[in-house]
Design a protein around this ligand. Structure first.
Ligand code: HEM
Length: 117
């Protein structure tokens, strides 16, 4: 069970890597667009996070306030990505810089809370 849980944690971290990596790639290329990769990464984080948040038959102690805050950040991130994607589809332009920055900041904040708290 411990090994299975570790594999799910690994996939959960891959979700973060895909979202944040997609964001870094856009910033580095100076395109500042929201992308499908970010959506997929977020979906992976959500699905694996929900699996990890269920009580596992092991002696892992779950920190529910921390999980709740990460879930709230994930929902906010989903909202920001949804807005960004819709705007891009409508205007064909990159998203406003503040919206783009919010994607990176929220993803980073969720990972920071996961690791530091
Ligand atoms: C963008 C959103 C998220 C990011 C970046 C993120 C990031 C992380 C990271 C990096 C870890 C590994 C931390 C460690 O083992 O020290 C982790 C663990 C975990 N995450 Fe998330 N997470 C996110 C959303 C969620 C959501 C939505 C849930 C649940 C609904 C969740 C539940 C968990 C649980 C239960 C663990 C395992 C904690 C433990 O075993 O100590 N996460 N998360």
């Amino acid at each position: 069970m411990e090994i299975l849980r570790s594999v799910v944690v690994l996939l959960h971290i891959v979700g973060f890597a895909v979202t944040f990596g997609g964001w870094v790639a856009e910033a580095a290329a100076r395109r500042f667009r929201t992308t499908r990769m970010m959506d997929y990464g977020l979906l992976i984080s959500l699905l694996t996070g929900l699996v990890l948040a269920a009580p596992w038959p092991s002696n892992t102690v779950l920190n529910y306030p921390k999980i709740g805050i990460k879930l709230a950040i994930l929902v906010a991130l989903g909202g920001v990505l949804g807005m960004g994607n819709a705007r891009q589809r409508r205007t064909g332009q990159a998203v406003p810089r503040a919206l783009f920055a919010a994607v990176g900041a929220l993803a980073f904040a969720a990972a920071a809370i996961a690791v530091v708290w």
